[in-house]
Design a protein around this ligand. Structure first.
Ligand code: GLN
Length: 479
């Protein structure tokens, strides 16, 4: 069985029809990981015993002829910002180098109770801060489609593993684009659900009002399956919504005929690479060809999204990261004489440069005298951005844009230029600020063969329409 092309649906039927076993799939996944990972660097920790025990449980069910749960035997990886009981969880940081969590993230627990096999934990930018995976304390991840290039970030390991066939699907997290942008760079599907759709319990906090968990997969159908498994209220996360969870597989299969799709002019301006624009426009034309109605819309505050995001995200991060003090978690400096020294030295020795930059920016934005000028103002702009979308959604059912202005860039190309790096998020941060769902689906390639992603944005809790449009894009890519 070729693990590199399996989807969730094909894994399930292969096991049910006894063409393979969950144990065999685990073995071939680890073989692939051991062959490819030294170069790609997508995995930080493997949990072979846990994976094998779960696979055996699934095989016993299949042997008895019992009905299999929806993710039976599906080999998956988890971004290392989600805690896993007994399995090291680093957040890509030296400060959590030897942190072994005592409990499981709700999303991970739900996957496992649906039969998924967790192979291990994925490399990412430190505390999910970055757009290229170059900010990991454990080295960069290489893009399997072109190993001289970044896989995107911060869920770079999660996207690269799916693209390279080292896992059927993975989980990522998205605070400003970290699921969708790496999905676009690696040529896979990446779904960020509505804020509150999936519990954040056990997700290591970066910016709590912006953090989301979501899947990276090889197909839109797989994203729909995983969303259904993970979605729904969790008493452990008071921001998780009590909204009903539809059958996304069914919803996704509905035709887009008659659906009104907005194309915002602000997402097709300066800085958009011509090849990306051409591929996205060609896909939009195909959507029109199958009966979607294309409607020009305007999101006039778009130009303020990146600065707004970098004030709010850093402000929240500065508060969330205060807990890493060398006392309760992870790394503690050995060279300190006083308690204050220990706090300072532990943080200084174990946080990377980008994390420190963000803590300083965020602390500044929140400090007395500057709070009104920065943080409060950013919150007001956030409201304006939400209004832009409310108005657009009066006219259309979903919005289509490029996911990122460029295809994957070279490792090192933007590493010394934080501003250029921040602009890589220009099309993704707004959805996080507004709390609406978004997906990136492959829609073409550049002339040098690099994947290009198209983004679909939808109304709050309307992942169904987002998946439906993405499915249409995916379907019409087939020759
Ligand atoms: N690239 C963005 C940042 O650096 C988004 C990160 C994310 O979504 N976690 O903050």
């Amino acid at each position: 069985m070729d693990v590199t092309t399996l989807t969730i649906a094909s894994t399930r039927s292969a096991i049910a029809e006894k063409k393979t076993t969950a144990v065999q799939l685990v073995e071939s996944s680890y073989k692939k990981i051991k062959a490819e990972n030294p170069e790609i660097n997508a995995w930080l920790t493997l949990c072979e015993d846990r994976a094998m025990a779960q696979a055996q449980r699934m095989d016993q069910l299949a042997a008895k002829g019992d009905p299999l749960p929806p993710l039976a035997g599906v080999p998956m990886g988890i971004k290392d910002v989600m805690v896993t009981r007994g399995v090291r969880t680093t957040a890509g940081s030296k400060i959590l180098e030897s942190f072994i969590p005592p409990y499981d993230c709700t999303a991970v627990a739900r996957l496992e109770s649906a039969g998924a096999v967790i192979l291990g934990k994925m490399n990412c930018d430190e505390f999910a801060m970055g757009s290229s995976n170059e900010n990991s304390a454990y080295g960069p991840v290489r893009n399997p489609r072109d190993k001289s290039r970044v896989p995107g970030g911060s869920s770079g390991g999660s996207a690269a593993a799916v693209a390279a066939g080292m896992a059927v699907a993975t989980l990522g997290s998205d605070t400003g684009g970290s699921i969708r942008q790496p999905a676009s760079f690696c040529g896979v599907v990446g779904l960020m659900p509505t804020y509150g759709r999936i519990s954040r319990y056990g997700l290591i906090a970066f910016a709590s009002s912006l953090d989301h968990i979501g899947p990276l997969t090889r197909s839109v159908q797989d994203a729909a399956i995983l969303l259904r498994v993970m979605a729904g209220h969790d008493p452990m996360d008071s921001t998780s919504a009590k909204a009903p969870v539809p059958d996304y597989e069914q919803e996704m299969a509905k035709p887009v005929k008659g659906l009104r799709l907005g194309v915002p002019k602000e997402y097709f301006g300066e800085g958009l690479e011509p090849e990306v624009r051409a591929a996205v426009e060609a896909s939009i034309a195909k959507l029109q060809g199958v009966g979607a109605e294309i409607v020009p819309v305007s999101l006039p505050h778009t130009e303020y999204a990146v600065p707004t995001y970098y004030v709010i995200a850093t402000a929240e991060a500065s508060a969330n990261l205060a807990r890493y003090d060398g006392v309760r978690y992870g790394y503690r400096s050995q060279n300190s004489r006083t308690l204050a020294d220990m706090y300072r030295n532990s943080r200084d020795e174990a946080f990377g440069a980008e994390v420190k930059r963000r803590i300083m920016l965020g602390t500044y934005a929140l400090s007395s005298g500057y709070y009104d000028a920065y943080y409060l103002k950013a919150q007001r702009v956030r409201t304006l951005l939400a209004r832009d979308f409310n108005e657009a959604f009066q006219k259309v059912g979903a919005i289509v844009t490029p996911t990122a202005p460029t295809a994957a860039f070279k490792i090192g190309e933007k590493a010394d230029d934080p501003l250029a790096m921040y602009l890589a998020d220009i099309y993704t941060v707004t959805a996080d600020l507004v709390g609406i769902p978004g997906i990136s689906v492959p829609c073409g390639k550049t002339s040098s063969g690099l994947p290009i992603g198209l983004q679909v944005l939808g109304k709050h809790f309307d992942e169904s329409t987002v998946l439906r449009v993405a499915r249409a894009v995916e379907t019409h890519l087939q020759p």
